[in-house]
Design a protein around this ligand. Structure first.
Ligand SMILES: Cc1cc2nc3c(=O)[nH]c(=O)nc-3n(C[C@H](O)[C@H](O)[C@H](O)COP(=O)(O)OP(=O)(O)OC[C@H]3O[C@@H](n4cnc5c(N)ncnc54)[C@H](O)[C@@H]3O)c2cc1C
Length: 554
């Protein structure tokens, strides 16, 4: 069953966003707004209003929206991020702000607020973070004190402060997490409510086209009908319920911004002549500054797309997979933008060139909606449980799946991904035997390696589907099956080597004798992984040819 928009509507929406961007936000305007640290409120309101109606994607059909699914949301977020990450963040903030309502609101609350978003295009803010409660939201201090009349709670007085809130200074409605007697709960509060105010717009490193401000609640009154779901104590559960979905959105931001940077570096290097020829023909340039980043971004895309399709298929909120997608896409988007500055040389270091702004913008994706370190922890804890539950077979089973895929689809490097997954199982098992995860750093490194290996597996599955002509209709068609297979082989080799060498590093480095290293070396298959590197340079040459749209050189 297809969920969300039909293909035609999705394509039309994506093209409308790009067309709106070309018309209203050309590079010169973006650079000027960034320089002036200005939130283009009128433009954002038009995007969330009759001009574009992009907010309708996030609003369920029964409340006047278009009811987009997770794949639609990822494709739209990627496109908006390619335009400007600050503007995209502003749209995301309304989506985030309304999330507690969508997952936990009563039918009346959903109709009341979601319809306002759909029809009036009101902007929302999502007020979770506090000055002393960021990654650890449970440490929140904002209080909600009930006010009773004749034994019935008729309203609440909220007091406390929220920090770094996107749209904080401009939203008509905010959802605010506060500690009620029954536990953390979401409240929806109107701007202008007595005792509710906001701080100045923050002077940020990047996403300067978004409004970020603190919120202050000084005995701010919220009617009892503003308690989301009507029951206290559901707040953290509601926040958890949407993470798989919202982290996919930020993942799509990292993907879109990372590609926006490479999409500038690639044509630049085809024109820029140094040492008698274009930079695009210098292998030491392309194979360091372009190819690895394109490959990692496409692995991240595979993780995003697969997770989105599974969410749309009703497999639940997939929080760990969402965390993997966010981690891979935000880290690779950030690295790609950094490389794009290097690829532009001195020009890239100036405000005049968009890559400089993109690099500052994309940096936020490794911080908000859960930092990279929190993603590593989330992934590691879940996969550690899987390892224990299956008595060490979790990643061996995933490796066997890759071997089977490789047998069916030779040429996509799935067998090398299989080696990476077997090695990962070996690293987990050695860490278990020697109780190495008592070191938090080891646990988080396991999270990183698990994300890399699962991203490689997702890319292999995607490349296999592309080769068989079986990509879903709404999947990105940015690359054909052949380049995708090439990217997949390059990525599989990189990931397998990273699992083996980093695994050895942290296992041996945290153990207290040679025995962990000895146990591990018999498990990671380093010789096979080294042998699998054969052909890497030729594949990178082919990847560069695909990225520059040229006939194979060699
Ligand atoms: C521009 C911007 C927009 C934002 N928009 C919103 C918004 O709309 N709504 C909202 O609610 N919030 C928003 N945030 C807040 C954002 O989600 C938080 O900044 C983020 O969750 C991190 O919290 P923190 O800043 O308190 O950092 P901290 O939690 O203090 O973390 C600091 C560092 O320590 C690391 N760390 C934290 N805990 C651990 C641990 N247990 N083990 C190891 N390392 C750890 C982190 O990874 C990080 O590197 C926004 C932030 C920014 C900068």
């Amino acid at each position: 069953m297809s969920v969300g928009l039909d293909l035609e509507t999705l394509d039309f929406t994506l093209e409308s966003i790009s067309e709106f961007g070309r018309r209203e936000l050309p590079d010169s305007v973006l650079i000027e707004l960034d320089e002036r640290d200005e939130f283009p409120e009128e433009i954002v309101r038009r995007m969330c209003g009759e001009d574009l109606g992009v907010q309708l994607i996030f609003v369920p059909e029964e409340h006047g929206g278009m009811g987009g699914g997770a794949v639609d949301v990822y494709r739209v977020c990627e496109r908006m991020a390619a335009l400007d990450l600050g503007v995209a963040t502003s749209v995301l903030a309304t989506f985030l702000g309304s999330d507690p309502i969508v997952v936990g609101g009563t039918p009346e609350q959903k109709e009341r607020w979601m319809r306002r978003i759909a029809e009036e295009g009101v902007l929302m803010a999502y007020g979770a973070t506090e000055p002393d409660a960021g990654s650890d939201l449970a440490a929140l201090k904002t209080k909600a004190e009930p006010i009773s009349e004749n034994g019935t709670v008729v309203g609440y007085r909220l007091s406390g402060a929220k920090q770094w809130i996107s749209n904080g200074g401009v939203a008509e409605l905010s959802s605010v997490l506060a500690l009620a007697p029954g536990g953390p709960s979401w409240f929806v509060i109107e701007s202008g409510a007595e005792g509710f105010s906001h701080g100045e717009q923050e002077d940020k490193h990047g996403i300067r086209l978004s409004n970020t401000a603190a919120l202050f609640l000084e005995d701010a009154y919220v009617d009892a009908s503003g308690l989301v779901g009507g029951t206290e104590g559901q707040g953290l559960v509601q926040a958890q319920q949407v993470f798989g979905y919202t982290r996919l959105m930020v993942a799509a931001f990292g993907l879109g911004a990372g590609w926006a940077a490479l999409d500038r570096a690639i044509p630049y290097s085809a024109e820029r002549i140094q040492a008698g020829g274009p930079l695009s023909e210098k292998q030491g340039y392309t194979h360091k500054l372009i190819v690895p980043h394109a490959v990692r971004l496409e692995a991240a895309r595979a993780a995003i797309e697969e997770t989105a399709e599974r969410i749309d298929a009703g497999e639940g909120s997939l929080n760990t997979e969402g965390a993997i997608a966010k981690y891979l896409a935000s880290e690779s988007g950030n690295a790609a933008a950094d490389a794009a500055i290097q690829a532009h040389g001195g020009y890239g270091y100036t405000h005049e060139y968009m890559v400089e702004k993109i690099k500052r913008d994309v940096r936020i994706t490794t911080i908000y909606e859960g930092t990279s370190e929190i993603m590593e922890m989330t992934i590691a804890r879940d996969r550690w449980q899987q390892h224990l539950k299956t008595r060490g077979d979790h990643y061996h089973a995933a490796a066997r799946d890759m071997e089977a895929l490789g047998a069916e689809h030779p040429g996509i490097g799935a067998e090398t991904t299989g080696l990476a997954l077997h090695a990962l199982a070996g690293v987990f098992e050695t860490a278990r035997e020697a109780r190495l995860t008592r070191n938090q750093h080891v646990l988080l490194r396991l999270g990183q390696l698990a994300a890399l290996a699962e991203g490689a597996a997702a890319l292999a599955r995607r490349a296999a589907r592309a080769a068989a002509g079986e990509l879903s209709p709404k999947a990105s068609r940015r690359f054909d099956a052949d380049p995708m297979a090439t990217f997949c082989r390059v990525n599989a080799r990189e990931v397998a080597l990273a699992v083996a060498t980093d695994g050895a590093r942290w296992v041996a480095g945290s153990g207290d004798g040679g025995k962990e290293a000895a146990a591990l070396s018999s498990r990671i298959g380093l010789a096979e992984i080294a042998a699998a590197q054969a052909g890497l340079l030729a594949d990178m040459d082919a990847a560069a040819d695909a990225l520059y749209g040229r006939e194979p050189q060699r």
